[in-house]
Write a protein that binds this ligand. Structure first.
Ligand code: CO
Length: 283
């Protein structure tokens, strides 16, 4: 894999906020609205993980979205997706659902299990102003269709972007998202070049990592500094090994105005989204 000579240091560690969404699904909002500018083009990251059905059984009944993309990555458990465009799919362990809301969808995401573990992430990726009203699109990517790289002690699942010669399952032109799931055995290392301007973070969900001399424990997001002299990220697993997601992308540098499930560039566009939803014109 590509070599990084000057790795980015960690700028900040973030613990996130415990909250609930949908019909009472418990989760941790790791990327909160106050970090939207810093981590442009990413708008939100939720981490969920529980063995207690009471924490997830309510699911996410019908709700709208406009103006961005949602990327749901399941580690364990099954969720069924239905939307107003007539799409339906079952998201299982290791699978991804990539949904481009564009001008609007109404969808539901409901657990397809009454017990057992449910664990995964939902990442929100902004759309450029010129694409916020595009036609909606979505794709279910089963686990077997996500490209993987194997090295001794290391497995990399390439959900989006590219690692060396291996393109990920999804590519996007303007935001150029990189979304990797990293499985590292004790002491394993991983390096990934990153353009200086791209905003990037690592979220550790098992074990612990060391990034640029800083220990990053589980359930923490490390925001990586955009230093002009740094050419990428280098990380190493501690003695218990680690699992983490690495996310990076090109900032859009456009105004961000969010009202719940609508993310546009101005208040007027938000009023329009709410009005369109009320009169049933969003779907
Ligand atoms: Co949704």
């Amino acid at each position: 894999m590509a070599h990084v000579t000057t790795p980015r240091p960690v700028e900040r560690l973030i613990a996130g906020q415990a909250t609930s969404d949908g019909a009472g699904v418990k989760l941790v909002r790791v990327l909160t609205p106050d970090l939207q500018r810093r981590l442009d083009p990413f708008l939100m990251l939720d981490a969920f993980g529980t063995d207690n059905p009471g924490d997830y059984i309510g699911g996410f009944p019908d709700h709208p979205h406009r103006g961005f993309e949602t990327v749901t990555y399941m580690l364990e458990g099954r969720m069924r997706h239905r939307d107003s465009a007539g799409h339906e799919g079952l998201l299982g362990p290791g699978g991804v659902q990539w949904m481009t809301a564009g001008r609007g969808v109404i969808h539901s995401e409901m657990p397809e299990q009454a017990d057992g573990r449910m664990e995964g992430f939902q990442l929100w990726l902004n759309l450029p102003a010129a694409q916020k009203m595009r036609a909606p699109w979505y794709r279910d990517i089963p686990a077997a269709e996500i490209p993987e790289l194997e090295r001794p002690g290391l497995r990399v699942r390439v959900i989006a972007g590219r690692v060396g010669d291996t393109p990920g399952a999804v590519q996007r032109e303007q935001t150029e998202p990189l979304f990797l799931d990293l499985h590292l055995q004790a002491g394993a290392r991983f390096e990934q070049p990153l353009p200086v301007a791209h905003n990037a973070f690592v979220y550790v969900y098992r074990g612990a990592l060391e990034i640029g001399g800083r220990a990053v424990p589980a359930q923490r997001m490390a925001i990586l500094a955009n230093r002009a002299d740094a050419d990428g990220v280098a990380l190493a697993a501690g003695p218990e090994g680690a699992r983490a997601i690495l996310v990076a992308g090109a900032p859009l540098r456009e105004p961000i105005v969010q009202y719940g499930p609508f993310v546009m560039n101005s208040k007027e566009e938000i009023f329009q989204a709410v009005e369109d939803f009320r009169r049933g014109a969003l779907a």
